[in-house]
Design a protein around this ligand. Sequence first.
Ligand code: CA
Length: 713
Amino acid sequence: MFRPRAGVLVMVAVLVAGVGCRGPSSSESARTKPADVDGARIVNADREPGNWMTHGRTYSEQRFSPLKQINQGNVGQLGLAWYYDLDTHRGQEATPLVVDGVMYFTTAWSKVVAVNAATGALLWTYDPKVPPEWGVNACCDVVNRGVAAWKGKLFLGTLDGRLVALDAATGKVIWDKLTIDPNYRYTITGAPRVVKGKVIIGNGGAEMGVRGYVSAYDADTGSMVWRFYTVPGDPSKPFESPILEKAAKTWTGEWWKLGGGGTVWDSIVYDPELDLLYIGVGNGSPWNQRFRSPGGGDNLFLSSIVALKPDTGEYVWHYQETPGEMWDYTAAQQITLADITINGQIRKVLFHAPKNGFFYVLDRTTGTLISAKPCTYVNWATGVDMKTGRPIETGIARYPGDNPAPVVPGPLGAHSWQPMSFSPQTGLVYIPVNDVGFLYKSVARFEPKKLAANWGIDPVAVGMPQDPKIKKAILDSIKGKLVAWDPVQQKQAWAIERPGPWNGGTLATAGNLVFEGTAGGRFEAYRADSGEKIWSFDAQTGVMAGPVAYAVNGEQYLAVEAGWGGVFPLVTGEVAFKSGQVRNVSRMLVFKLGGKAKLPPLPEVEPPKLNPPASTASAATIHKGEAIFQRYCSVCHGDVAVGGGVLPDLRYSDTLASDGWFYVVLGGILQQNGMVSFKKELSHEDAAAIRAYVIFRANQSKGEAENGAGSHH
Ligand code: CA
């Protein structure tokens, strides 16, 4: 808590007395206004550990809380202090901010909520009214990961590409800027960061044919100060910066026509000591490099960490983790800054656990690789060559040939957006790891589509086989774990196995605790040094977001946003149930020692019954429908038409037996729910083929259920 010196207070009192009862003076109100965060406060965040003022608590984004009122000795007494029900039922991925007793957080559909952090009492809400039909542009659910606070304002990136400044006191809009060209399928899901009065924001869309960039906007006025493109544009036009002319030499073909990708959709981290801004750059668009850059090449700055000057956006250095990226191996994952001792020397480093499965330690002054080791099982590379800093790829990595290549990790990543944390006390990094591969097979010919995912990968080849033995073997191989990683030794200290992937972000605290939510619906505490589980809470829903710790009036709290969704349950079909069979119950959950609040019991839901019409279509029609379903529909309604529990499972749809199907798929009658019309790209015959495939699958599933092969409904 910022406390003015006594002398200043006295002077203010005199001034107020001198001018009569006009309310607080400007200097007084400057101290008492909500979210009055500035660079000095964030740099000195450890002096006020009760606040969580920026996305990763400090600029270093270690997600370590120095609070220890709640600790390994008493965490068993942790109970629910309050909860706040959200009005959206999609994935909840946000990290809340807590500043001077007020909590600010975002929800699905880019909404913002401000509550009293001690009681959960609502102060205000803000809804940017994202058009529901924009949801089809989101690769990975209509999620949002948080706001930034600065001098009385909050900054929000909206799914439809706006950067909005809100008055933190009221939630009223101060300015609202479109940061994208709406003719392209950009989305914003990441939290902005504020550096020296500039709001830094990126975007997503690398599955949708966009060109990535990061921009800085003036916090006061909302005018753009600079923009850094992560991939070069059309070389027949002037390059936006000299470094892009160099980067263009690492590309071939006509990549700019396909966008190129490289979106900065999550990690943006500032180092005040070195005055450098680090961005994590995403995958290529399309994924398959054969089509994006047919002559090969490293394709800078895909899958790289790039250091920029925060005042101008000028390039300083880069390190490319996955040259010639072709697996959706984004490097957009959280970047964590730390000063650690290696071989007796204190080094300024950054930690990175990107999708590709390696854990990197870089010298953050120069971008030089210090070490890199896989932090779980990978088979696309055997290691990183320390001379060149390049991965040593295996023979299957670039999925040559006509057979699908089982590459690990897959597009879900060994680690995705779920935040990791670093405890300076234990020296360990706590990483939510996914163990799940993917069957990569190149399509013969790539045709970019406006309304489909653009991978350049055969979406049928990756579909779950229906042979029960093969299916079981695949499901058995898929796991998740919480890994405590020693970044100096580059080895695992301990790990907690999970039944499946997509578990929550982590928080480390000075109470020797690590908190993590699980995909199976728990929120848990572990001893940070040993991994011993010492507390667990029934959260009633999958918990993915990063927890925070804060204090109000000397009492410590823990908060986590709960609510199942994101790309995993949307896309992966039956695999999603591997992690747990949970519903989406979206809430902010807040805990304290002796907390006595209780969640209401979940209402019983009658399991739906499969009642499809008979499957009468020809094999050719069903096969055609499968190909279209996998490319157009599976990214929301699940692999091979098995819904992952968040969006409608079409096998149960009433419209399978009526023309209602066409009113939805082509007529767009459910546009208000986010289900747009596909008539620009799909014909009536196409829509009929998709329906024939879903009817086929529904009958197949019904047969399995009746034979006791285990349906999940
Ligand atoms: Ca991606």
